[in-house]
Write a protein that binds this ligand. Structure first.
Ligand code: CP
Ligand code: NVA
Length: 316
């Protein structure tokens, strides 16, 4: 993680752009309006993005590819099954070679350490497209979704996270802390967020004034919340723990009863893919309180804002 105010070549943690989050969300809003009015400009004309994926993806891959295309650039999907990386070529050598061909790399990796290694060896920007520690691109879209629903402010609103203390919650804690959004996370004791992330988020929150707390009680988190957010109980890479996890997360489902405890205007977020009937019910995800499909769409607009910020010199 780089300090909040330092200029960053890469976007590996949401904390890397902590000081720029609100302008980034504003830019995502303008890009969304431009797409709707058909006035998108080719701000990334001539830019090429390599996309390395070690895990499956629907939203991230598609939003990056469409974003590059809409902005006049080009994206190449590189699965590790096809790259020499999958046959033992090092991450460093891959980074050095790709740096000679393309303008940026987005990387979905099994291990955060590999994302750091790629970024260290690359001379071009590297974007974390999800790893075991963080999912920063998701959280830019999520903050954008809340920001637009709350009329352009986070002040006075509280988000409740119900579920796993995973990559998405890690980035959400840091992102909420960056923008001054209050967040209560309810997780089973064994699946709390990592202490070093909580400490980093608390440090950011001291500047923004965000109030962050972690509990084991979903009702405590949900009561009076302005938005509820959940994610899968078994993330990619956690499959071996499936049985223990399904047991531990019983009682952490977002269902109509839990939504009924939130504020009357509260909406529900899920980064998707959802395991319907586990962390969220059909009635909630398909119901009137669901913001999930807007949230998924906003991945595209947020991704464009991220790509412009990283691939385009600011004075261009
Ligand atoms: N939310 C998200 O990152 O979805 P994908 O795994 O489909 O990219
Ligand atoms: N926590 C989930 C997010 C998927 C987008 C995972 O890592 O699988």
């Amino acid at each position: 993680m780089t300090p909040a105010a330092a200029p960053t070549k890469d976007f590996l943690s949401i904390a890397d752009l902590a000081g720029e989050m609100v302008p980034l969300l504003d830019r995502a809003g303008r890009l969304k309006a431009e797409r709707k009015s058909g006035t998108v400009r080719p701000t990334l004309a001539g830019k090429n993005l390599a996309m390395i994926f070690e895990k499956p993806s629907t939203r991230t891959r598609t939003s990056f590819e469409v974003a590059m295309n809409d902005l006049g650039g080009h994206a190449l999907y590189l699965s590790t099954r096809d790259l020499q990386l999958g046959r033992g070529e090092t991450i460093g050598d891959t980074a050095r070679v790709l740096s000679r061909y393309v303008d940026g790399i987005c990387y979905r990796a099994m291990r955060h350490a590999d994302v750091l290694a790629l970024a260290r060896a690359a001379s071009i920007p590297v974007i974390n497209a999800l790893d075991d520690l963080e999912h920063p691109c998701e959280i830019v879209a999520d903050l954008f979704t809340m920001h637009e629903r709350w009329g352009g402010t986070f002040r006075g609103h509280r988000l409740a996270w119900i579920g796993d203390g995973n990559n998405v919650l890690h980035s959400l804690l840091l992102g909420a802390a960056a923008v001054g959004l209050d967040l209560t996370a309810a997780t089973p004791t064994r699946y709390r967020p990592r202490p070093e992330i909580l400490e980093a988020a608390e440090r950011l929150a001291r500047t923004s004034g965000a109030h962050l707390s972690v509990t084991t009680d979903p009702a405590e988190a949900a009561r009076g919340a302005d938005a509820l957010y959940t994610d899968v109980w078994v993330s990619m890479g956690d499959e071996a723990e499936e049985a223990a996890r399904l047991e531990a997360f019983r009682g952490y489902q977002i269902n109509e009863e839990l939504v009924g405890m939130a504020s009357p205007d509260a909406f529900v977020l899920h980064d998707l893919p959802a395991h319907r009937g586990q962390e969220i019910t059909d009635a909630v995800i398909d119901g009137s309180r669901s913001a999930v499909w807007d949230q998924a769409e906003n991945r595209l607009h947020a991704t464009k804002a991220i790509l412009e910020r990283l691939l385009r010199p600011r004075d261009a």
